[in-house]
Design a binder for this molecule. Structure first.
Ligand SMILES: [Zn+2]
Ligand SMILES: [Zn+2]
Length: 321
């Protein structure tokens, strides 16, 4: 794997690179013009059959979560993944009436970037008539991410990730949600799994599993975890979602970026690699789950969120920033 020094933000934010999006082939299912080719399945799909395929995969994953009547909170950043997820869940679950969907947007306070995606999120929630809660870092923590970055030398994605997770969980609980849906796609999941393999962090790897239910922690569900990033983007375009092409200005995680580029190149030469990583992960979690049980959690003495030692990561971080 090559070093990451020459890798640019442009490369990081090019989900369609190396993947055929529009094709000159007919759809394998119906013969209409295809909009995407799936090298891992050998299928060319038209708009409608792409939508059907993604819907089927999301439904299959939703069944595994065994969702009971109640409220599902969707983490809606306003980017392509979370927007596609909200649209999809609304389509799949709205007819049931036993499951209510609410959307949560965290505004981290990133000048020149976040306002547009928050606006996209609001428009989408309003179009779908889904109750929408917007929470800012500034209101919750007294500082924006921009403020925190001036005070801290920690990597921005790690500060943001910890605080956002805390706030999403807290807000989902306040809204009475039984599940928190996250828009992670197949590429995100395969990258995370591979990163933990490369670090040899099996404990953390096993704990990524969604099966655990713990007090104070709203279980996370990822209905797009088997859908490649390029197909999520194609879905968003096929159903007419507004997608902001601008990247977060703080994107700089060189390690993660290296894995992303490595996986993309490997997938190009060996279609199905990402699916293989996911299959291996699911099997490993099944085999090792008992050896690495979930950590026992206690409420954070400051914010009340679940943590392992009485002071959560977010409060530790805010104390240091
Ligand atoms: Zn078709
Ligand atoms: Zn705390």
């Amino acid at each position: 794997m090559r070093g990451t020094s020459s890798i640019t933000k442009t490369q990081f934010n090019r989900p369609t690179e190396g993947i055929e999006i529009a094709t000159n082939h007919p759809c394998t299912r119906c013969g209409n013009p295809a909009v995407i080719f799936q090298p891992y399945s050998g299928m060319h799909l038209c708009k409608q059959h792409l939508i059907d395929d993604i819907t089927r995969k999301a439904k299959r994953d939703l069944r595994k979560y065994n969702i009971q009547p109640g409220t599902i909170a969707v983490a809606l950043s306003g980017g392509k993944d979370s927007s596609a997820l909200l649209h999809l869940l609304h389509k799949i679950l709205a007819p049931s009436r036993k499951i209510k969907i609410v959307a949560i947007t965290i505004d981290e306070g990133i000048s020149g970037y976040r306002a547009k995606t928050v606006e996209n999120a609001s428009n989408l929630a309003s179009n779908l008539e889904i109750p929408h809660t917007i929470i800012t870092f500034e209101d919750a923590f007294g500082r924006t991410l921009d403020d925190l970055m001036e005070e801290s030398d920690r990597p921005p994605c790690s500060v943001c990730g910890v605080l956002r997770k805390n706030l999403l969980n807290r807000t989902a609980k306040e809204l009475g949600a039984t599940h928190l849906a996250i828009g992670h796609n197949l590429d995100d999941e395969a990258q995370t799994i591979l990163a933990n393999h490369l670090r040899g962090d099996i404990r953390r790897l096993v704990r990524l599993s969604h099966a655990r239910v713990q007090p104070g922690l709203v279980p996370r569900i990822k209905p797009l975890r088997h859908v490649p990033e390029s197909e999520v983007l194609a879905y968003a375009s096929a159903v007419g979602l507004q997608v902001c092409p601008k990247a977060c200005p703080y994107v700089d995680a060189a390690y993660r970026l290296g894995i992303r580029i490595f996986l993309r190149e490997f997938e190009d030469h060996h279609p199905g690699t990402r699916h293989g990583i996911m299959r291996g992960f699911d099997r490993m979690v099944g085999a090792l789950g008992d050896a690495y049980p979930p950590a026992s959690l206690v409420p954070c003495q400051v914010c009340g969120e679940p943590c392992t030692d009485g002071l959560c990561q977010a409060c530790k971080m805010l104390g240091k920033c």
